[in-house]
Design a protein around this ligand. Structure first.
Ligand code: SF4
Length: 283
């Protein structure tokens, strides 16, 4: 894992498209390229539109470039009306964050100038390292954590996202955040091959909230923009899991998870409506 550094020109970006539809005003991306390197990650398919350089999308996951001045920039550009999603283009608690922490300084900057809402999107149990800062910020403003849990089957996890922590560690992190009083959502996105009912029950048991989620992006239902990397399709073909890319099968899986959630008194929300839960005002 190679860690590079850069001085960014800006740190908050006005959102458009999916995130705007969900209700966010800005995104914050603390690094370029993500050392989790998930095989399905849609970010490298965005190329320059994801703020990437060719070496990022050709060597996705092999290095990351940290914006080391992120906290300083935020101290100057943050304001109280912003609804911020961190991050659409990298996991803020990617493996490199353990080696060179950026998030403590970013959260400290938010403490000085809290936004209206901060949504942290992650799959990294490392977030628990910053629990005190997150709790302090949650006492000042709305903080939500969307924690990605993509399958209940760890052999699947190790095929499609080999550098991510096992599901048990991720569910444990969701529970710890909830028990600390943080508004944390189990986000089943993208839905990898799984046992839908088992996954839904485990996610609900950890979060005690409505579930957010989305199937793998496919061109049949999303004609333009970011999509699933070819590397994931190759793995699916090798393990006879291609149906997880078929819209009709995906809809059946979403429906099955929805049934489990409703039986427990919760909803299962997908697309902008799902991620909109992270951006909504409480009043
Ligand atoms: S953690 Fe998210 S941003 Fe990072 S490689 Fe995986 S899917 Fe992409």
């Amino acid at each position: 894992m190679e860690i590079r550094q850069t001085q960014a020109g800006s740190i908050l970006t006005r959102v458009s498209g999916f995130l705007q539809e969900a209700g966010f005003t800005h995104s914050l991306t603390p690094a370029r390229n993500c050392t989790y390197g998930c095989l399905y990650c849609y970010v490298p398919t965005m190329r320059i539109y994801g703020g990437l350089r060719p070496e990022d999308w050709t060597h996705w996951g092999q290095f990351t470039t940290l914006k080391t001045n992120a906290a300083g920039l935020l101290a100057r550009s943050g304001h109280a009306r912003q609804i911020i999603y961190c991050s659409p283009l990298v996991d803020p608690y990617q493996p490199a964050e353990r080696e060179r922490p950026l998030m403590p300084a970013i959260l400290t900057a938010f403490l000085k100038r809290p936004p209206a809402i901060l949504a942290i999107q992650t799959r990294g149990p490392l977030i628990l390292r910053d629990l005190d800062l997150i709790c302090a910020l949650a006492a000042k403003t709305t903080v939500r954590v969307s924690f990605s849990v993509t399958t209940n089957r760890d052999e699947v996890r190790s095929r499609y996202e080999p550098h991510c922590e096992p599901n048990s560690e991720r569910l444990h992190a969701v529970k710890e955040l909830r028990q600390a009083g943080i508004e944390v959502y189990a986000t089943l996105a993208p839905l990898l091959p799984c046992d839908p009912e088992t996954l839904a029950c485990a996610a609900l048991d950890a979060s005690h909230r409505e579930l957010i989620g989305d199937p793998l992006h496919v061109r049949a239902t999303k004609a333009h923009g970011a999509t699933t990397r070819e590397a994931a399709r190759k793995v699916a073909a090798r393990y006879h899991e291609e149906r997880w890319f078929h819209p009709q099968f995906q809809a059946e899986v979403v429906s099955r998870i929805g049934q489990v959630a409703r039986a427990a008194g919760f909803a299962f929300l997908t697309g902008p409506k799902g991620f909109g839960r992270l951006a909504r005002h409480n009043h």
